[in-house]
Design a protein around this ligand. Structure first.
Ligand code: SAJ
Length: 421
């Protein structure tokens, strides 16, 4: 086992390629984006992820990692392309299907084929295996087909790729073992071998567990808003119980995982998946809830200037996919009541459809600052700067991250603590 071909050089495929190259494999990364290919072959990347630029540069310079527009023969193939959802929330596995079709002509008997992309339960059995069958392979005997879901947290990808336990679900027990061998070369965490469908379902339930728990926290913040209680204090105190772990409320749930994966379960078992569906609805309701609170905070001003801080779906990353902050910004821009200014030090202008301004320009003369992402820059916001430069120094911290409090002329509201509003 020497050569690996990785399809999809995004947030997962690229670090995976770099980690395998670092471990001594010959890695060819494939992507449809010519710019990504050209840059990568120069050792450069466009993704923001801790430590990734250095690892990629070293891997390319050592000759172990290169990029190409089309796949080539290898001992193992790893598919790490996105699985978006259709308008009606059904999974769109088109990219996975086309990646599989792309590699089929290069796969030979005995090769390992791994799908890392998150997929609905039974996709390996019902969608991927039949493509190989049609191409003349016996998917159970000629190749080793497996689903090994990625489980890494953006911001910690390089650490978690190596240290996290890895679920390896094979179409057959032998396929699972062969795929596990690939990961054993780079993973220090446990390798958990199972069937493909169990791996598919486990991955979806990990993210669903988190989504449902965040929905509970968001519901708690609304309840506390209605009853005049500080939800953040409630969470802090309740979590001192040894078996309680309430999550944190926020402006909604974003990213390409939590906001998407639970729907893959709902799609396959709509009657049974009640709490999962309701949790999605609760988390989806948070952007409107935030805008409603902004209206309450600025209702007495004719055309308030509102500075919106942070567009990414969570702090210290540059990923705006499914970000509730983007939804909030768009709703506020559409509303003629507001004069909106948007600032995010981690996001480039071309990533979004509206103008971005500097921190200084955003707060000058503003009547409200709304913090929508927990970037380090916002954790360091200081009372004095806001009080001197804003027209009315009020902050709405939807991530409970700033450490600011109502004192010295500043008023601070939090998503879970709207007392005084
Ligand atoms: N969030 C809250 N409250 C919380 C925790 C998170 O509102 O208490 C929000 C975040 O702000 C963000 C969203 O949830 O908008 C998702 O963020 P996240 O940090 O929980 O997770 P992701 O989407 O970055 O990564 C998740 C991880 N899954 C789990 O933690 C179970 C990661 O390990 C997976 O690999 C990844 O999904 C994936 O690709 O599936």
């Amino acid at each position: 086992m020497q050569k690996i071909c990785i399809i999809g050089l995004g947030y997962i495929g690229l670090p995976t390629a770099a980690v395998f190259a670092r471990a001594g494999f010959d890695v060819v990364g494939v992507d449809i984006n010519a710019q990504v290919i050209e840059l990568l072959n120069k050792g450069e990347i466009i993704i923001e992820e801790n430590g990734l630029p250095e690892v990629v540069k070293e891997a390319v310079e050592s000759g172990k990692l290169r990029a190409a527009l089309v796949p080539e023969a290898a001992d193992a193939f790893i598919i790490a392309v996105p699985t978006p959802v259709h308008e009606d929330h059904r999974a769109n596995v088109d990219y996975v299907v086309s990646a599989v079709k792309q590699i089929v002509p290069h796969v030979k008997k005995g090769d390992v084929v791994i799908v890392e992309s998150t997929i609905p339960p039974r996709t390996i059995d019902d969608v991927v295996a039949p493509i190989f069958k049609e191409a003349g392979f016996d998917p159970e005997k000629d190749i080793h087909l497996a689903h090994c879901p990625e489980r890494v947290l953006p911001g910690r990808i390089l650490i978690e790729l190596v240290e996290n336990a890895r679920i390896v679900g094979g179409l057959t027990p032998e396929a699972a073992e062969k795929a596990a061998d690939v990961y054993r070369r780079v993973v220090t965490g446990d390798i958990l071998v199972t069937e493909a469908v169990t791996a598919e379902m486990s991955k979806l339930m990990e993210n669903t567990f988190r989504d449902v728990n965040i929905a509970l926290a968001n519901e708690l913040s609304k309840i506390c808003g209605a009853l005049g209680v500080d939800a953040h204090k409630v969470i802090e105190l309740a979590n001192r119980h040894p078996r309680v772990n309430l999550h944190q409320p926020g402006p909604g749930v974003g990213g390409h995982c939590l906001a998407v994966d639970p729907y893959f379960i709902v799609e396959k078992a709509p009657e049974e998946a009640q709490i999962i569906k309701l949790s999605r609805d609760i988390n989806n309701s948070m952007p409107d809830y935030v805008v409603d609170q902004v209206l309450r905070m600025t209702g007495d001003i004719e055309k308030p200037t509102v500075a919106l801080f942070g567009l990414t779906y969570k702090g210290n990353i540059d990923d705006v996919r499914e970000s509730p902050a983007i939804e909030i910004v768009e709703k506020m821009i559409e509303n003629p009541r507001f004069d909106v200014r948007v600032h995010d030090p981690h996001v480039r202008g071309e990533q979004v459809k509206f103008p971005l301004v500097s921190f200084k320009d955003a707060i000058a003369g503003a009547h409200l600052v709304v913090v929508l992402a927990d970037h380090n820059e916002f954790k360091e916001l200081d009372n004095e700067t806001l009080v001197t430069r804003m027209a009315r120094p009020v902050v709405f911290d939807t991530k409970n991250c700033t450490g600011l409090s109502s004192e010295s002329g500043l008023t601070v509201h939090k998503i879970g603590d709207l007392r005084g509003l």
